[in-house]
Structure formats: C-alpha cells, structure tokens
Design a protein around this ligand. Structure first.
Ligand SMILES: Cc1cc2nc3c(=O)[nH]c(=O)nc-3n(C[C@H](O)[C@H](O)[C@H](O)COP(=O)(O)O)c2cc1C
Length: 361
C-alpha cells in the first residue's frame, strides 16, 4: 500500500473516514478502528484461554471494532506480564486460542494477537533479562542476554507466530514497545551493549529485525504488525528522529504495519524522572492531549509505506473522527474507551455519541 492522498476535482484532499476499510498486507480490515492490546489477567494460571477471555473480546468485536489485537501473550511462561497472562508458549495452548480467534472473527472483526517476551519487566520471575544490566523495575537488575539466548528467543517468536496462525488468527503483532524485551533492545537508555546488538540505531534494532526475518523465513506471508515506542521521554531514550529511523528499518525487514506507541508520562517510564512534563513538552506534542502518541505516529507516517496505527487518549467519538480527518494515522488504536464501553465503535460510527459510556481516568 502506498500513501496516496485522494483528491476532489478541485484538488482538495479526501481524508479517510473511520468507517472506511483498509488493507494490512492482503487482509481487508472492515474499518479503521483497532482495539489496542490490553492485558486483562483473565486466563488460567497456565495461560490457557478461558470463557471470560473469549467473552471479553467477542463483545468488542460485536461492538464494531475493525481489528482486535489480543493482549500481550507470553511466548515463554517465565517471561509473562501477569499471573493469569494468555500463553502462546506451547502447542497445548492452540485449542483455547482457536476459540478466541473464532469468537472474534464470527462478529466481523479481524483477529490479531500480540506476542511478547517481558524481558526486564513482568510477573514474579526468578530472573529478569534484557540487553544490559540496566533495570526497568526498581532493584530488578536484568541479566544481559547472550547471543545464543537471542537466537533462542527469536525462535520462540517464530513458534508463537506459527501457533497464532494455526489457531486461526489473521495475523500477529510483535511487541516492541513499553520496555519489554525487544523494546529494551531498541532504546539506548536500556541497551548499553558493545556488540552487534547495541551502540547504534541499526544495532539496537537488530534483534527485532532478526525476529521479523525469522518469522518471514519460516512462516512466509502472514500479516505482521510491529508495535514500537516512536518516542521516549527519557534521557538517552528514542528521539523522534530515531523513532522514524526505527520504523524505516523494521519496514525494510518485512512488517506489514507499524503501531506507534510512546513513552511520554510515567506509565511506561523505566523508573527514572522524565525529562519534560506537560508544561515543558515539545511543541509538536501539544496538538493532542498529554500522553497521546498520535502526534508521534503523524511524524512517522510520511516516512513509511505500510499503514500506521496511532493510539492514545481517544476518549470520545468526535475526537476519534477528527483524528482521521487530520490524516495523522491510517488506523486508530482504542484502549481504555473500549474497556468502559465495548460498543464505543458502533456508537461512534452511528453518530450516537451521547450513548457512549466514558472512561474515567
Ligand atoms: C489495562 C491496560 C493493559 C495494557 N496492556 C497492554 C498490552 O498487553 N500490550 C501493549 O502493547 N500495551 C498495553 N497497554 C497499552 C494500550 O495498548 C494503549 O496503548 C494505552 O492504553 C493507550 O491507549 P488509550 O489511552 O486509548 O487507553 C495496556 C493499557 C492498559 C490500560
């Protein structure tokens, strides 16, 4: 797909509507709305999908979401985010995952699942791992991965993708954001390696590129989204220029869409003071509410050909429609507004704005 902006006869740009379909690779998504991945702690203590998990996602698919990205699923059980995380670390998980993919698809939404290794963060682990011994959680010093371990984890991402495909998911999202393992490699704040996996933007991205290429080699054409921090409000973190560079590198590696998250306020901050606050933030962020990643997606969009997903702080229908008019992203990620109202999308598309149950921060 190419970023060609359609024009009227008089040369006015025609901006896409939230209700317009769009392709990710060869897959048609019925509208521009995306349910952003959000861990819910509803699986079993072994990571098996439960009835509650299926119901949670079915309800949002029924509510009109075009593309549902199921929460971060653990590619290895030792490195999950939550106690009752969804697991995708063993073929035994496939039957449960199949129920989940079927449940989403039967209501018309496309079904993706995010695959993750929690690296320097995560739930109750004996050991944390990362690019270097730089903690993301206070006092939890990660062990730097060896080159063999990098290869092993790469294979875990491939195996997880195969399981997602076998379970009937339309695609996967590789989690490269929020200082989990791949994200920690991507950021010079956490990555202080001196080998080929650190020291420059290209080297920091090498692990993610390895994962994408390994998936392509073994699985072939299968829709792949990569989620990344486009910008980090952290000393030595990803700058806007670097975010653009990373997006170009992962696009070249073979992804079909880039999902631009960010680290602006304290939510995903690796435990150190951010270097700006709402008052002192850069000018380009001020067009949107504080902590919204859409202006960062807007900076990346002109530099890649694949569809860009923007996300963050969408709280009402009018705002969602306005973002599409600005052409700042190709698809719009929705998080907490879908937790408070599973029918946020259908109400927005029907103009039933007053009926939306708002998220209260
Ligand atoms: C409860 C909760 C769980 C989340 N879990 C994940 C996750 O599994 N993977 C991920 O990439 N982001 C996760 N996020 C971040 C969301 O995907 C999203 O980027 C963030 O909530 C901002 O969007 P919003 O303002 O529309 O909620 C989570 C956010 C929340 C609130």
């Amino acid at each position: 797909m190419f970023h060609i902006t359609l024009q009227t006869k008089t040369g006015e740009p025609i901006m896409p509507l939230l209700s317009d379909p769009i392709n990710i690779a060869n897959l048609e998504i019925k509208n521009r709305t995306v349910m952003a991945p959000m861990v819910r702690n509803l699986a079993t203590e072994n990571g098996v999908v439960t009835k509650e998990v299926v119901e949670h996602y079915e309800l949002r698919s029924k509510g009109g979401v075009g593309l549902i990205i199921v929460e971060a699923a653990a590619i290895t059980w030792e490195h999950r985010i939550m106690k009752k995380n969804i697991g995708i670390y063993d073929d035994k998980m496939i039957p449960g995952l199949t129920k989940l993919a079927d449940g989403i698809k039967k209501h018309g939404g496309s079904a993706f699942i995010q695959i993750n290794h929690s690296g320097p963060k995560g739930h109750g682990k004996p050991t944390y791992s990362g690019p270097s011994a730089v903690p993301v959680l206070k006092g939890k010093i990660p062990e730097a991965l060896t080159l063999d371990e990098i290869d092993n984890v790469t294979q875990m991402f491939v195996d997880a993708t195969r399981r997602a495909k076998e379970a009937g998911f339309d695609g996967v999202e590789i989690h490269g954001a929020h200082y989990y393992l791949l994200s920690a490699f991507l950021s010079s704040y956490t990555n202080q390696r001196e080998d080929n996996y650190g020291g420059s933007t290209e080297n920091n991205a090498r692990f993610s590129v390895d994962v994408i290429k390994a998936i392509r080699k073994e699985i072939g054409d299968y829709p792949l989204i990569f989620r990344m921090n486009g910008f980090e409000n952290v000393v030595d973190g990803i700058t806007m220029e670097e975010g653009i560079e990373i997006a170009k590198i992962i696009e070249r590696a073979g992804i079909d869409s880039v999902h631009v998250s960010c680290v602006v306020d304290a939510t995903y901050n690796p435990g150190i003071p951010p270097y700006f606050d709402e008052e002192t933030q850069p000018e380009f962020l001020k067009e949107y509410p504080y902590d919204c990643c859409i202006p960062i997606a807007a900076k990346i969009k002109p530099h890649v050909k694949v569809p860009v997903i923007g996300v963050g702080m969408v709280r009402d229908a009018q705002f969602a429609r306005e973002v599409m008019k600005k052409d700042h992203c190709d698809l719009l990620g929705l998080g907490r507004c879908l937790l408070s109202d599973p029918a946020f999308v259908v109400k927005t598309l029907d103009g039933r704005d007053d009926e939306i149950i708002p998220w209260k921060d």
